[in-house]
Design a protein around this ligand. Structure first.
Ligand code: PAF
Length: 280
């Protein structure tokens, strides 16, 4: 595995590559979820490029940029064992020019769910992912379905801006008790780690209700709310939406429940596609 810090070095290596290139952008603190993105990516291309960059522009002023877990050495080893060929580890100054004036922004899909709660977050994501796509020039890029809204926004962006890149959504990887793997799980106090299982349990209950014929979005949301509040978690939002438009679910055979909660200071997200087979 070659480790690269500069855009110019990455560009010159990229020029020499033959065959298709798959790309997995990450913010590090790698766990099995990221490794499953890498293994999915390797099915689609000859070369795997991974980036690790804790992107400051997608964190709000009161969010956890400073305390976001970082472990470059451990992460590099994990990338190498996962079969990564080139690891891109740029600094903030390598990526962002102090005088930059351009931002990439996707309308409407970014206004609800996490978009409503984290103003500016998705502009940070779409801007950094566009920049990374321009630097890496992959044929395929893989993102986790745990960040369902991010995946939907990036699919839209790729279509709207004609990036010649196939976007692949990869299933959420979970701990044995059902908690979705996340770099932020490392920050959970041990009592909150135990109660965080209520997220996936609530989603499973809603899934069962949907299977039994429940089609009222508010009722499905309430099932999840009861479960997480009983466990002492504080909902940021719990929304039943159309999985394609992310607009409020109005009945019908396809639905998604997306949820964000606070477990103490730590914000966790999860979601479930109610029309898909239960995978938790
Ligand atoms: O999902 C993430 O880790 C980040 O949002 C991403 C896509 C790497 C952009 O910084």
């Amino acid at each position: 595995m070659i480790i690269v810090n500069s855009i110019s070095k990455l560009r010159s290596l990229r020029k020499e590559l033959e065959g298709e290139v798959a790309f997995v952008p990450t913010m590090g603190a790698l766990h099995e979820g990221h490794l499953s993105l890498m293994s999915e990516a390797k099915k689609h291309a000859q070369t795997l490029i991974v980036s690790i960059f804790v992107n400051p522009t997608q964190f709000g002023p009161n969010e956890d940029l400073d305390t976001y877990p970082r472990d470059t050495e451990g992460d590099s080893k994990k990338c190498e064992s996962a079969g990564c060929d080139i690891l891109f580890l740029p600094s903030v100054s390598e990526i962002y020019d102090d005088n930059a004036k351009t931002e990439v922004s996707v309308a409407s899909l970014t206004t609800n769910l996490c978009g409503a709660k984290r103003p500016g977050h998705f502009n940070g994501v779409t801007t950094i992912v566009s920049k990374l796509f321009n630097i890496v020039q992959p044929d395929v890029a893989v993102f986790g379905k745990k960040d369902y809204q991010q995946l939907a926004v990036l699919r839209r962006m790729v279509k709207d801006l004609n990036f010649p890149i196939r976007i692949i959504g990869s299933p959420t990887v979970r701990e044995s008790d059902g908690l979705a793997k996340s770099s932020r799980n490392l920050k959970l106090r041990s009592d909150y780690r135990k109660s965080a299982v209520a997220l996936s349990q609530g989603l499973v209950k809603a899934h069962k209700a949907f299977e039994s014929g429940e089609r009222k979005g508010a009722t499905l949301e309430q099932i999840v709310k009861d479960e997480v509040e009983t466990a002492g978690l504080v909902p940021d939002y719990i929304s039943c939406v159309d999985p394609d438009t992310l607009e409020t679910y109005e009945g019908g055979e396809k639905a998604l429940i997306a949820i964000a909660i606070f477990a103490g200071e730590v914000r966790l997200i999860d979601n479930i596609e109610l029309h898909e087979e239960l995978a938790i």
